[in-house]
Design a protein around this ligand. Structure first.
Ligand code: FAD
Length: 312
């Protein structure tokens, strides 16, 4: 980013207003061996590479998922269900799914047991090797395949500019998704650090990225057309977790993402999660058929030649 232009790797593009939405990538947390030996599911190519490796594994083959968050739980259960002949394990620094409500945690443990997944709680992985991992306590957990899901990081592009970024390199934005240092730059999704309900930072998720994008679009349109800038606080309502194809957990949360005792489990939860994933996939492949209230398009140039983003 130089002046009001962006470099697209050879081509330079000028902008009046820039929306930065470059997402995130897998983070190795500076653990040696992750890049060399671990697989991940953070993108399509990475997931296809893992699928190819899984198809080569023999019955009794060992696979370890590192990370007890949403991605780790979903990956472990999905793989164990699809490959019942493999020995699947999951390792986490704390407890796998430890932040969930008691009812959700009981259901999760039941599902992990049912699928024959070995759980290594309180295992701080400090090295990945070709045949497994080593914990901070010096214990070796053997695995032919290690899948790293222990965190995500953002592209270093933003931190290399004069934009104000957080310690993690995310662009710091105000309540309107506008950069606090550059008024012509907006940032949304995983790449942005925004406050949500209760003043808490929004977590990297579709549940944050979608409303952030909608809000930024409304704000930009309002500012360019001199209309009232909408004020919205982004909050959460659910955490939706699949546990294979036929089981899941829908955990009700407060707007600031604290779990409540309301939980839906089992097939109903799996169907809800599947519906959300299917509708997300459908809306990405049919961008022009979004709900009318959410449809926006570029309109004519105004008197000073600025392109306006307006709501249809
Ligand atoms: C396996 C997995 C499962 C997940 N499941 C859930 C879930 O169930 N619920 C949930 O809420 N969240 C889930 N997430 C998280 C969610 O996918 C992300 O938080 C969300 O996609 C972030 O949206 P984004 O638009 O910020 O980034 P992305 O969706 O990552 O989009 C970023 C885009 O920018 C492009 N890009 C990146 N760098 C450049 C560059 N230099 N130049 C040009 N283009 C670039 C990328 O190709 C991509 O198209 C999951 C993530 C993973 C990996």
């Amino acid at each position: 980013m130089e002046g009001k232009t962006v470099d697209l790797g050879g081509e330079t593009l000028a902008y009046d207003t820039l929306v930065y939405a470059l997402g995130s990538a897998i983070a190795d947390q500076s653990v040696p061996g992750v890049a060399e030996h671990a697989y991940n599911v953070a993108g399509k190519q990475a997931a296809l590479r893992l699928r190819a490796r899984l198809s080569e594994m023999k019955p009794g083959g060992t696979l370890l998922i590192v990370g007890g968050g949403l991605t780790g739980m979903e990956a472990a259960t999905e793989i164990a269900e699809a490959h019942p002949d493999l020995e699947v394990a999951i390792a986490a620094r704390g407890r796998v799914g430890g932040w969930l409500s008691d009812k959700a945690q009981r259901h999760l443990r039941g599902a992990l047991d049912r699928l024959g997944i070995t759980v290594h709680d309180h295992a701080d992985i400090t090295r990945v090797e070709a045949d497994g991992v080593v914990t901070g306590a010096g214990r070796k957990i053997r695995a032919q395949v290690t899948v790293w899901t222990a965190g995500f990081t953002v592209h270093p592009i933003a931190a290399a500019t004069t934009l104000e970024v957080s310690d993690s390199g995310r662009i710091v934005v105000d309540a309107s998704m506008r950069s606090v240092s550059h008024p012509d730059v907006y940032a949304v999704g995983d790449a942005a650090l925004a406050e949500g309900a209760g003043g808490k930072p929004l977590r990297m998720s579709c549940a944050s990225a979608n409303p952030m994008a909608w809000l930024a679009a409304d704000v930009i349109a309002a500012r360019l057309t001199g209309r009232k800038v909408p004020e919205t606080t982004i909050g959460y309502s659910l955490q939706c977790i699949s546990l294979g194809r036929r089981d899941g957990i829908i955990q009700r949360v407060t707007p600031d993402d604290q779990v409540t005792s309301t939980v839906i489990t089992g097939r109903t939860a799996a169907r809800i999660k599947e519906m959300i994933c299917a509708s997300a996939a459908w809306s990405i492949s049919h961008p022009t058929m979004m709900m009318p209230s959410r449809r926006r398009h570029l309109a004519v140039a105004d008197a000073v030649g600025t392109r306006l983003l307006t709501r249809s």
